[in-house]
Design a protein around this ligand. Structure first.
Ligand code: XMP
Length: 516
């Protein structure tokens, strides 16, 4: 889909922050695309709606012969360029500056002072806190560039050639800890690139409806529905376009939250009528998971069983041509393998996506240009209930990965009730929306307690609540003491199988959000 708004092209050299650059630009309602440096083709370079280019950071050193270079074609476009970290060093190398190695990597907070007037720093204070992360630094600025700021340990922190509109920052404006980072990016977008046409979700919606109509015509589409935000918005959007040709399959694996199956069923059967197909596969899943302790094995079993059940149901609908998936833009950016290096696999994620290849269905991914917050906005435009849109993320394998060790019906039932008390409390006390994700974990540990005059020997639960922007990193949520006391009291008094409640004070990293 060609979005006709003014755009920014972010060229990715492998930085862990590239996605963040894109998000920070989208937050200012400017459309942007991320392309790996080695996938830049003429088509993208000929797009006249691209009004600025950002060169990301990256793990390499421009001093290495094998490191990625700056494509000359990019410079010949004569549109504003902002290089960040590795991007700055590429610019420096290209224009005959000198890059040297820093004896120790500079990582973390730094203070910079602005030395020269610059459009990029318009309306900023002279002294600013920024976030640095680099090994190399500029030893001599490139020809026809001026130094616009220096860090407190005398590192050149920014350079520019205002005539050619090429700018470089040694620090990361996209990172939260660069206090004026948003202002710097907005100066680049609006004062340097002079972008005018903002990205509005209603324009996206209208354009998407048109392209989907064209693409799908009168063909049948199936969609795996989990009741989560992405699959819900995907199904509503498709339904708006193809109405009765959309078939939604909801597989209940028995590992959903308390009452969730009923709620999903009620809501979606009202919307989609007979085309909403609910499959109760809980027995199949539970049988396969019996006696399984290993987290990865659990995930694999659930993923595979899911595909099998879905496939079987999907085959019953005749003449289907498409499979709809709620893929988002970050999934696409992340799936591009950079530099051939294997990233450590932490967990095998299971989604409704990644489904039956064998069925030879064409894939339709109507949200693939969007970030999560934009999907929620789109959901609002499609008039989806805000309770559904603002729900915390819930993992595909469900409660199975919140019961470390073996699971059975009894444990699932205990966890459902505990989780429900916890989440209900957060909602009733207006805490829910301050948290990215909250849930309980049922531990395979029993301990001794006393209730009234009686000894108890019951289960332990651990509560988790984290704040995050995208689930990639997270901080544990700092409850006030009263809330934790109340939640703990409620759980112990209402769920007789539990006599001890813990709170998980682990951020990600080093922990992950889920326990398995
Ligand atoms: P972790 O535990 O990896 O989780 O820190 C990060 C985010 O991803 C969610 N999660 C999943 N989502 N399928 C999903 O759709 C999965 O298999 C899965 N595993 C974890 C998790 O809830 C958190 O929001």
């Amino acid at each position: 889909m060609n979005i006709s708004n003014d755009k920014i092209l972010v060229i990715d050299y492998g930085s862990q922050y590239t996605q963040l650059i894109a998000r920070k630009i989208r937050e200012q309602q400017i459309y942007c695309l991320v392309y790996p440096y080695n996938k830049i083709d003429n088509k993208i370079l000929e797009d006249i709606t691209i009004l600025g280019i950002i060169l990301s950071g990256g793990p390499n050193s421009v001093r290495d012969k094998s490191s990625p270079n700056l494509d000359k074609k990019i410079l010949s476009l004569n549109i504003p360029i902002l290089g960040i970290c590795y991007g700055l060093q590429l610019i420096c190398k290209e224009f005959n500056g000198k890059i040297g190695e820093t004896t120790s990597r500079e990582y973390g907070h730094a203070i910079i002072s602005i030395k020269k007037k610059s459009l990029l720093f318009d309306k900023l204070k002279k002294i600013n806190q920024v976030w640095m992360s680099h090994g190399d630094h500029i030893e001599r600025e490139p020809e026809n560039f001026i130094i616009t700021s220096l860090s407190n340990n005398k590192v050149i922190s920014s350079i520019e050639n205002n005539d050619r509109k090429i700018f470089g920052l040694q620090f990361h404006p996209e990172v939260y800890h660069t206090i004026q980072g948003k202002k710097i990016l907005s100066n680049f977008l609006f004062k340097i690139c002079k972008i005018k046409k903002k990205f509005k979700i209603e324009d996206f919606l209208n354009l998407k409806i048109k392209t989907l109509k064209n693409e799908l015509k009168n063909q049948k589409v199936i969609c795996g529905l989990s009741g989560g935000v992405d699959s819900t918005v995907t199904s509503f959007l498709l339904h708006k376009v193809i109405k009765k040709n959309l078939y939604c399959i909801f597989i209940d694996h028995g590992l959903l939250r308390l009452n969730e199956t009923k709620e999903v069923e009620k809501f979606f059967s009202k919307k989609f009528g007979k085309n909403f197909i609910k499959i109760d596969a809980s027995k199949i899943f539970l049988t396969k998971l019996k006696k399984i302790k290993d987290p990865e094995q659990k995930r694999k079993i659930i993923g595979e069983t899911f595909i099998r059940v879905f496939e079987k149901e999907a085959r019953k609908i005749k003449g289907v041509k498409y499979l709809a998936q709620g893929t988002l833009y970050p999934d696409i950016i992340e799936s591009v393998p950079f530099f051939g290096g294997p990233t450590a696999k932490i967990k095998s994620h299971h989604n409704v996506g990644g489904l039956p290849k064998k069925m030879k269905l064409k894939i339709v991914e109507p949200l693939k240009e969007l970030f999560k917050d934009e999907v929620r906005n789109l959901g609002k435009k499609l008039k989806i209930n805000s309770n559904l849109l603002n729900r915390h993320p819930f993992p595909g394998p469900g409660l199975a990965i919140r019961i470390p060790g073996e699971l059975d019906n009894k444990k699932i039932d205990i966890l459902k009730r505990v989780d429900n008390i916890y989440i209900k409390y957060l909602k009733e006390n207006s805490i829910y929306n301050n948290i990215w994700q909250a849930f309980a974990v049922l531990l395979p540990v029993k301990s001794v307690g006393v209730m009234g005059d009686e000894r108890t020997y019951n289960y332990t639960v651990s509560l988790r609540a984290v704040t995050s922007v995208d689930g990639m990193t997270a901080d544990f949520y700092m409850f006030n003491k009263n809330d934790l006391t109340e939640i703990s009291k409620k759980i112990i008094s209402e769920v007789k199988e539990v006599n001890r409640v813990l709170y998980d004070f682990t951020s990600k990293p080093p922990g992950t959000i889920e326990w398995e």
